[in-house]
Structures are given as structure tokens and as C-alpha cells.
Design a protein around this ligand. Structure first.
Ligand SMILES: [Zn+2]
Ligand SMILES: [Zn+2]
Length: 510
């Protein structure tokens, strides 16, 4: 049974000149080819260095569409060809071996011809219509190479460290946590499984933890799961996280030789040093259970607070219909959607509907690490000059004086698909959801579901922008606060998952 549990490779340290580690037990060092090279002692610190490293040769393209089936891929490529855009299809993702047969979770990416450099690709992506569809992607022409140093041993391109006792843990030192956030710091992480050290694309060292997905899940969930949370919520979150990992492995870091990173970019993984009992139980009770649609594992997205109406995948990311990520009311009150005009959006944001994530109506555990009451509905204000400087800096664009911001099309639950930033020199169209949130805050605006109130001076010029909004995050899939309330109201994890992931079914894959 245990052999069928998929293994996942996590990028723990993405760039370093030296990597320091230790182990609870004696350990063995293998070459990447599996040859036994050296041994080490318990409780000692070891260092791996590098010598004569060459970076990878990289090329940059722009991804214009994603498809699941061969037929859809063909159709999208033909549509693009009619617009004079030649594309090739990449196949990111993994094929899972599950004992009972393989499950192909790969997708097709339609990408342009390579650009001269990253900037040229970015410029093309920025000006591509429809807005927000194009993403810069990269791949490797020639992989980085070099020599790794362990004691007096020299190994080509990488090495693998395995504890001699199955239950022993490795200590990986100096792991940076919270990259580019204000809480960034370094820690020692305790990891099970294999520690692989190899070269990243820049020719620097990187550390990868290869382990079974169940051990990984317990740890990923521990940061969010406290014992005060209802167990049915923890089970629902565990299944959503497990499904997402299996569905997205190998896609977010397509050009790297690990599946996902250990930081906020993918999912926070801090080793197995702090696994909570609640998280262990949730993983154990739902072992191997995944959400499936049409024979594939669902990319079960989730966000903090939807605000009342769950959003449609295609309005937030690439324009694709994902049958299990569709709009819906998040509660007892039957919300009217889509919100068709600005007045309906304003009325919705100004209301306090009977929905699960409305913590003005429902209590949630006080232990949750964020203030949900202030984020179900919120207000952010800027002086005109302040917002002008902010947008210009965040988007790296000079549009002159900020004259106004005009909301564009909206998703069914009110999130903006794009907005026009009207400047004295030019107008910028900004989208989709994440770009809008990035442009309007030093970090990220709570959500793209907001309306704008303006204050004017005597001459009729705008002096202040007030953004009045609903929810936190993209609002697609499971609403974490809503699911917490559902569990407290007595719904089990199956009911919670069926509510947030329509047209999906639960299946035990191993
Ligand atoms: Zn990542
Ligand atoms: Zn919600």
C-alpha cells in the first residue's frame, strides 16, 4: 500500500553557495546516478560546496493558453494561428503511478516562439489582448553543470543524502522563510525522506526534500490547523490541499527539477518539526482521498474569504471553463449573481448577507491568525498623489498624473477582471485580479471586489480615492472562513467539499 503514495520534490533552499546539514542517525551519500559515495555520522554538521559551476542556458516564451485535452489543444492552436500567432505545445505536470494504473495530470501549454530575452517576453505579455491571459514561461536549452564538494569527495551535478534509519530526520540549516516578505528570516528545518542537493539554473546550489505526499501534507497543514478548528474543516482542507498538490506538481516550477517550492509562492512547508496532532489525524482519516473530475485530480483552489459569492476560475486566471470552479452562493441566503452593473456591485458590498464567511453573523475560532471581521467588508483610502505614486511604482509605468480609475468588466461575484488607470499621458488597462491587487497596495489589496468613492476639491479634481470592498483573496473554490463556519454548523467534510467544488467527486486513490 505504502508504495503507491506519490512522492513529491520540494525546493527548500533555492539558491546558496554552501548548504549545511546534519542527521539524527548515520547516513549515506549517493551520486545522482544512485552510486554509494560516502557515509556520515549522527549529530554532526556537514557542509556541501560547489566548484566550477556553469549556469543553464534559458529561453523565454509567452504562454497564451492552457488546454487539458488533445482536441482542445488543437482548437486553441488553430484560433491563435488564425490571428497569425505560431505556438508550440508544452506538456507540464506529472503522470501519477497509483498501483491501479497511471493517472495523467499533465496539461498543454500553448507558447509563443522564444523571445530575445526576458524583458522582450514581458513586454509582449503586457500588451497581449485579452488582458491578463499571457504569462512569461521559460525552459532550458542546456542544463547547468558543475562539481559538488562533500568532504574530499567530488560529485558531478548533485548528490542525495539518505538517513540509514528509516524514521530518522535530517536537519537542513539556513532555510530562508517568507522570501520577499517582511517576516523573512532563516531557520533550521527537520525533514524526513531524501535530501537532494544539486544546481539551480543560475549554477548555484539548491536543496530539495523528496518525501511521500502524506508526510508533506501533515506539515503543510499544521501551520493553518490549530486544535480549536473543527476536525471536519481540517479534513476538507487536507483533501483540497492534497488534490491541489497532485494536480499542480511540476507546473509552477516547470523549468526547475523540483515540483513545488516550500515558500508562500507555492505552499509553506517548514519540515516536519511542528506537525500538530490535529493535522496528523486529518491526513490519516482521509488517506489518499482526492477530488476528481473527468478522470483527473482537481486543482482544488482555495482562498480566505469569498465575500458571499464564489468566483469563476476563468475570470481570475486563464479563460477556461473549469467545471468544478464555478460561481455559487456561499451560504443560506440565495445570492443574486452575476452582479451585472456597478450599482449591483455597490449594493452587494454594502450589504451583510447570510453567508458562511460573514463573521459579522457567525462566530469562528478566535485562534485563527487573521481578523476575519475586518475583511468580510473593508475600506482602503488613498490621497490622489499617493495612489498615483503607488500604481506607477508597482506597475513600473509612467502614465503622468492620475486622473481617475475606471472599473472594467466584473466576474460574477463582483471581482474586477480589469480596470483602466486613466493618466494624463496615457491610460493603462490593468488585469486580471492579481495584477489589480498588486497595483493598488504595497503588498496586495485584500481583493479585487471593490467599488470606488471619490472626493473632489473646489475645482472638481479628485483628491481622494476610497476603495470599499468585500472578501480576501481570489474567491475561487473553497472559502476558508466559510468552510470553518460550515464545519461549526455541523456539516461534514463531504458536504463542505461538495458545496465548494461543484461537479467533483471524492475518490480514494491509494
Ligand atoms: Zn513555488
Ligand atoms: Zn465565503
Amino acid at each position: 500500500m505504502k508504495n503507491n503514495i506519490p512522492r513529491v520534490r520540494i525546493g527548500m533552499i533555492q539558491s546558496a553557495d554552501e548548504i549545511h546539514f546534519g542527521c539524527d542517525s548515520t547516513f549515506t551519500v549517493f551520486s545522482l546516478g544512485g552510486e554509494k559515495v560516502a557515509t556520515g555520522l549522527a549529530g554532526q554538521n556537514y557542509t556541501v560546496g560547489a566548484d566550477h559551476c556553469k549556469p543553464s542556458q534559458i529561453f523565454y516564451c509567452v504562454r497564451l493558453a492552457i488546454a487539458i485535452t488533445e482536441a482542445e489543444k488543437k482548437r486553441r492552436q488553430e484560433e491563435l494561428a488564425q490571428r497569425g500567432i505560431a505556438t508550440t505545445a508544452w506538456r507540464p505536470g506529472v503522470v501519477l503511478s497509483l498501483g491501479g494504473g497511471d493517472m495523467d495530470n499533465r496539461e498543454y501549454w500553448m507558447v509563443t516562439e522564444p523571445f530575445a530575452d526576458e524583458n522582450a517576453a514581458r513586454e509582449y505579455a503586457r500588451t497581449y489582448e485579452p488582458i491578463g491571459e499571457a504569462v512569461v514561461v521559460k525552459d532550458i536549452i542546456r542544463k547547468s553543470s558543475g562539481t559538488l564538494l562533500f568532504g574530499q569527495h567530488r560529485l558531478e551535478n548533485g548528490l542525495r543524502i539518505v538517513a540509514d534509519k528509516a524514521e530518522a530526520l535530517l536537519q537542513l540549516h539556513d532555510v530562508t522563510v517568507g522570501i520577499e516578505f517582511h517576516w523573512q528570516h532563516k531557520r533550521t528545518q527537520l525533514i524526513p525522506g531524501v535530501l537532494e542537493i544539486n544546481l539551480n539554473n543560475a549554477g548555484h546550489l539548491q536543496a530539495i526534500n523528496e518525501l511521500d505526499i502524506e508526510s508533506y501534507l501533515m506539515s503543510v497543514n499544521s501551520s493553518e490547523m490549530t486544535k480549536d478548528n473543527p476536525i471536519e474543516l481540517l479534513k476538507a482542507q487536507t483533501i483540497a490541499a492534497r488534490s491541489t498538490i497532485l494536480a499542480t506538481m511540476g507546473k509552477h516550477h516547470y523549468d526547475e527539477n523540483f515540483h513545488i517550492c516550500s515558500d508562500d509562492h507555492c505552499q509553506c512547508y517548514h519540515g516536519v518539526g511542528n506537525i500538530s496532532q490535529a493535522s496528523r489525524q486529518a491526513a490519516h482519516d482521509t488517506l489518499g482521498e482526492n477530488l476528481l473530475h473527468d478522470g483527473r485530480v482537481c486543482d482544488a483552489r482555495y482562498a480566505k474569504i469569498c465575500g458571499g459569492i464564489m468566483e469563476d476560475y476563468r475570470d481570475i486566471w486563464d479563460h477556461r471553463e473549469i467545471p468544478y470552479l464555478v460561481p455559487g452562493s456561499d451560504g443560506r441566503e440565495n445570492m443574486t449573481y452575476p452582479l451585472r452593473d456597478e450599482q449591483q456591485v455597490k449594493d452587494y458590498i454594502d450589504s451583510s448577507p447570510d453567508v458562511w464567511c460573514n463573521t459579522q453573523k457567525y462566530e469562528i475560532p478566535s485562534s485563527l491568525p487573521y481578523n476575519t471581521r475586518e475583511l468580510f467588508r473593508w475600506k482602503v483610502s488613498y490621497e490622489r498623489e499617493e495612489l498615483e505614486a503607488l500604481i506607477s511604482r508597482r506597475l513600473d509605468e509612467n502614465f503622468g498624473d492620475l486622473i481617475d480609475i475606471i472599473p472594467g468588466d466584473r466576474a460574477p461575484g463582483g471581482r474586477l477582471i480589469y480596470m483602466d488607470v486613466v493618466g494624463s499621458k496615457r491610460t493603462l488597462r490593468v488585469g486580471k485580479e492579481l495584477m489589480i491587487r498588486r497595483a493598488l497596495s504595497e503588498s496586495h489589496l485584500y481583493s479585487a471586489c471593490f467599488y470606488i468613492e471619490r472626493a473632489y476639491d473646489a475645482a472638481g479634481k479628485i483628491t481622494h480615492f476610497h476603495l470599499i470592498g468585500a472578501g480576501w483573496g481570489h474567491g475561487v473554490g473553497l472559502c476558508q472562513v466559510g468552510a470553518t463556519v460550515m464545519a461549526q454548523q455541523g456539516f461534514d467534510y463531504r458536504a463542505i467539499l461538495a458545496h465548494y467544488y461543484k461537479n467533483s467527486k471524492l475518490e480514494k486513490l491509494y
